[in-house]
Each structure stands twice: as C-alpha cells, then as structure tokens.
Design a protein around this ligand. Sequence first.
Ligand SMILES: O=C(O)CCC(=O)C(=O)O
Length: 316
Amino acid sequence: MKLKDKLKDYKLIHWVYNLLHAKQLQHNKEAYEKYNVRKPLFNSISSKDFPDKTSQAWLDVNDSATVAATKKGFSNFTDDVQQQLLQWSSKGFLHLNNYFSEEQVDEVNQAVDELIHQKHLPVTHDNKVMFGYKHAAAIKKMMQDEGLKILLSFILDKDVVPFQTLNFVKGSGQRAHSDSIHMTTYPLGYLIAAWIALEDIHPDSGPLFYYPGSHKLPYLLNDDFENYSSRFKLGNKQYSDYEDVTEDIIHKSGLAYETFLPKKGDVLIWHANLIHGGMPVVNPALSRKSMVIHYYAKDVIKYHEITERPSLMEEE
Ligand SMILES: O=C(O)CCC(=O)C(=O)O
C-alpha cells in the first residue's frame, strides 16, 4: 500500500483537511445542535455517534399508499407520478418518462465531451466524471432543475440540496450497494438520487440495476461489516468487504433485481437505501451516457460513513 493511502487511515489527516474546508462544513451546524452532537464540525463523525439506525423519513415511517395523497402539493403532480408516489414506500423508486428534452440532454452531452477532451477532467476507473457541475453550466442547470427538486422535496418532506453530479460515459460495472454507505445522513433516509438517461440505454452497455423493495432492508453501516474504528484510526475493512456483505444480504432476502432500460431524457429516482449497481458491460464498444445527481435533505447531518468524514457541501 502507498504511503498516501496509509495516511488516509489516520483521522488526524481528515481533521486537518476538514479544518481547511471549514466553510463547507457549516451546513451541519444546525443539525448538530438539533441532534445533540457535541463535537466540532471538523471532527470525524459516524454511526457510532448516533442512537438509532432506522429511517425517520415520513414515507418510511408511514405508508405512502395512505399518506402521500394527504400532503399539500400531491395533486400538482401528473397522474402517473401520483400513482408512483403512492407506491414509493413499497418500491423505493419511481420513473419519470421523457422528463428532459432532447436539447437539454444534448447540451449536457456536449459539456461532458468538452470536460473530458478539452479540459481533460479525469474519468474514474468506473467510467465517470465527478462533480462536472463545478465546471459546466449545462450540467449545473440540470442539477438545479426545479421540477426535480419539488418532487424530491415532496418525497422527503424537506428541502433538498444537490451534493454531487456523476457523468457516466460507459457502464460502471459497480457492484450492488446502497448510497447510504457513501452519503450517510442522521437521521437516516434523507438522501435521494436521480439517474438521468443521456441516450437510449442498450441492454449490452451495462445498464443500471436495482432491487425493488430493498430500501426496507436494514441500513448497512460500519459495524455491520466489522469496520471498527478507534479514536485515531479508521477501521481496516475494504470497500469490497462491504460489497460482499451487501451481496450476501440481498441474496438471502430473495428479492429480484430489475434493469433500467430507459430512453434518452427519462429519469429514475431512488431511495437512500435502495440497493443498486451497474450490470456487467457485455459490449465494451457501447457507450452508456447517463448522469446521477445525489441530493441531501437540507437540515440533517451529512457524512461519509466509511471514512467518517463530514460531507463538504458547495451548494446551499
Ligand atoms: O450508473 C451506474 O452504473 C451506477 C450508479 C450508482 O451506483 C450511483 O450513482 O450510486
């Protein structure tokens, strides 16, 4: 292991880094007070700091089939979205067909192309450009789409704020996981994601897969894959250990996965704890242009469970 990677295991390094980014940690201030977290904003934070491991989001505590229609704003959604909102508590996702126009999508595709080929932004091992919104107005505009924000705020019953954009050029091949291990909230259940098809998705390109209903499985956090940290050092488990445990749990649950084969401009919205990933890429010559936006609810604690780092937020 390289020295740089070894150092990342020490909380002191994160502490210094966080201190240098103190402004981007202010978003947690109110929620620390509300939930009685008595530590500085730049300290490590994890599920060890919190008393419970269940979601407190209203559509997890209640069944959307009975409560969604009683909330103000419900009747403003299309019939199709209303029907899907009623099923949110049981399914954990919903589809928006033909949501973004051809022009909006083409603008984003052009911006991603420029980021990669002109600005030389790095493409990760799993084929994505991260935080493209910081460099391209078209990506930022899609991320700030008002209609999406209204729908997501309805689902969480809280204002939402985008945390990051991911622009995929090819299939990710990512193993099954829940976003709540990467973008964790306290109380749990207050992250939500939108996956936007930036072209018609081919079955051999490594489409997104997800397990309907899997959001109701227990949240898997550090203790659940024995990733025990000490006061000074992070736990010594690998991310693949988390993926192994997740796969085991989903296998034992008997739940079946679906693949998402959308048309250009379609959107999938998923729950903080919905298990999902990328199918293996059958034909590597195929592109799989898509964009993911992860949103947090505004007034909750936001952090990364594995590395115990509070999230750095650019947007308010
Ligand atoms: O698009 C994919 O293949 C995976 C996306 C994903 O897992 C995520 O953004 O959380």
